[in-house]
Design a protein around this ligand. Structure first.
Ligand SMILES: Cc1cc2nc3c(=O)[nH]c(=O)nc-3n(C[C@H](O)[C@H](O)[C@H](O)COP(=O)(O)O)c2cc1C
Length: 209
């Protein structure tokens, strides 16, 4: 099956069956998400993987009572770092050095460049920038789930402030941005068979030949 077949198969399920996805499939989705591209490779976000039923019941109340929050197998909550520090950059630089067998000192130019970029942004701009990165991870996760024929609903319909409070994210230095419910579509979901609606190629793309 091609990626296009998978993207045609997927839709944003409104109702899910409650059936759990396998650990292997969960790991595959998480691994694909981990491999997402991000600006300068920093990945300035943390993705919470939430299965606890009591926690999800609380989250549902803060998520316009959307059924997928409790009917999914897992919720992936994409959060951004509330403030990107030199310490974050340092961890990243050390990861590059270890992964590629190079000296930290040899990465000083790159490190300075990242810190310069971060410091040029206001705290709000840092969050917006981090959110742009985490949405790429969301897209990767959606495609990865579709390849496995696992339903996934991207969701912005919730109160980020209330989610942060329920999950104690402030203390963790995180802010919630967007989530994705993963699981299996319910036979009661009337949207399951709906024809996909997308803008036409001619309208969406503008070619400069
Ligand atoms: C960032 C984002 C936020 C969304 N929020 C919600 C949501 O809160 N609840 C929901 O049921 N669907 C949500 N959707 C799903 C969209 O409505 C859906 O993707 C769109 O209508 C296209 O349909 P399809 O994905 O089913 O093909 C969201 C999608 C995106 C990308």
């Amino acid at each position: 099956m091609s990626l296009v077949d998978s993207l045609n198969w997927r839709y944003a399920a409104k109702r899910m069956s409650g059936e759990k996805i396998s650990e292997t499939d969960l790991e595959s989705i998480l691994e694909a998400t981990r491999l997402s591209a991000s600006s300068m490779g920093l990945q300035p976000y943390t993705i919470m993987v939430i299965s606890n039923p009591e926690v999800r019941a609380k989250l549902q109340a803060a998520g316009y009572n959307q059924p997928q929050i409790v009917e999914s197998s897992h919720l992936l909550l994409f959060t951004v770092w509330d403030g990107i520090s030199e310490a974050h950059v340092d961890v990243y630089i050390r990861n590059i050095a270890q992964s590629r067998g190079v000296e930290v000192e040899d990465l000083k130019g790159f490190s300075d460049m990242i810190n310069g970029k971060i410091k040029s942004l206001t705290p709000h701009e840092q969050q917006e920038w981090a959110a742009r990165q985490v949405y790429i991870a969301l897209g990767t996760a959606l495609a990865a789930a579709a390849e496995l024929r696992i339903d996934a609903t991207p969701m912005e319909g919730f109160s980020p402030e209330k989610f942060d409070e329920i999950l104690g994210l402030k203390e963790k230095g995180l802010k919630s941005v967007v989530m994705m419910a993963i699981g299996y579509r319910s036979s009661e979901d009337t949207l399951a068979g709906a024809i996909k609606v997308r803008r036409q190629k001619e309208a969406l793309f503008s070619f400069v030949d």
